[in-house]
Write a protein that binds this ligand. Sequence first.
Ligand code: FA5
Length: 352
Amino acid sequence: MSEQQPPQLQQVSDQLQVVKQQAIEHLQACQSIDEVHQIRVRYLGKKGALSDILRGLGSLSSQDRPAAGKQANEVLQQIQGHIQQRLQAMKQELQQQNLQRQIDISLPGRMLPRGHEHPIVQTQEDILQCLRRCGFDVVQGPEVEHDFLNFTALNMPPGHPARQMQDTFYLSDDVVLRTHTSPVQIRVLSALKNRQQPRVQIASPGRVYRRDDDATHSPVFHQVEGLCVGPDVTFAQLKGLLAQLAQQLFTPSTRMRTRSSYFPFTEPSVEVDVSCPRCSGDACSVCKGTGWLELMGAGMVDPAVFETVGIDSETTCGFAFGMGVERVAMLRHGVTDIRLFYSNDIEFLQQF
Ligand code: FA5
């Protein structure tokens, strides 16, 4: 049996028990650490329930006041203890949840999206790969070129009508953005000047520039140039090489044909066609019913080019060819608008 208390003290004691009970119930119902802090303020704060009771202790007799103060202090400590316990339990629960979330070693790793080479780079690399296997070394030339190397040394002196075949970006009177990769031929041949029986076999890839802009012509595009020079290089070798190249770039059944053409730096000159990869030569809308698609220009190096760079054209001959990389990529993948390659459209690029 608890000791009988004076009536006023008993009243305070009852109030303290009610406040404690309510605080415990509220703490149990709390769902978050924030809510626990709100309960602390509500019961133990300056304007809280316990402070209300403490303020009323002044009206007690001086005999009862110490006992009431002691009881209030005990209730304060008990509520604080419950708050600590509740916070502790909540923190442990959170840690447990976080651990479960962090260390599920059975989950698959998060895959980062993977990029790949641009279709133009892929095609250029396939062309070079094929040429490397045939013994060609890869040589690069500058994109800003002397008018002399881009035109004059290739048998197109100023005023030559063939210059108009390639609408040119002039940077100054005698400096241009190269319109084709053929000036690399001149740079390579000039280095062989005065050599007895010069031999060289190079492939030169790179960007070229023309004032062109429509669905099949871009102002900036890529070419791969091939040059093979020696004492006994023949047109038959050129045809054999290009037939092999066409079969490797398209399908093993791809056929090749040459049509007579004109380039100032080759003689004879040809346009090289391949059987349409879409219809295998049967005629379709891609080849406009002809069964053939134009692939590149080629020919035997014109003796005038050898003479310009100081190589004896009586004892040296060679062949050269030049193809548009975009054109090859369009034929391989059935792309009808060249601008798609430069549009940075991720859905288009993801197809390759
Ligand atoms: C030339 O540029 C010659 N230098 C190629 C050559 C080299 C012939 C060596 C003989 C010996 P042509 O202007 O035809 O030739 O261009 C070659 C290829 O570049 C064309 O077949 C075409 O596929 C591509 N081409 C030309 N203009 C553009 C353009 N604006 N956009 C995309 N591709 C183009």
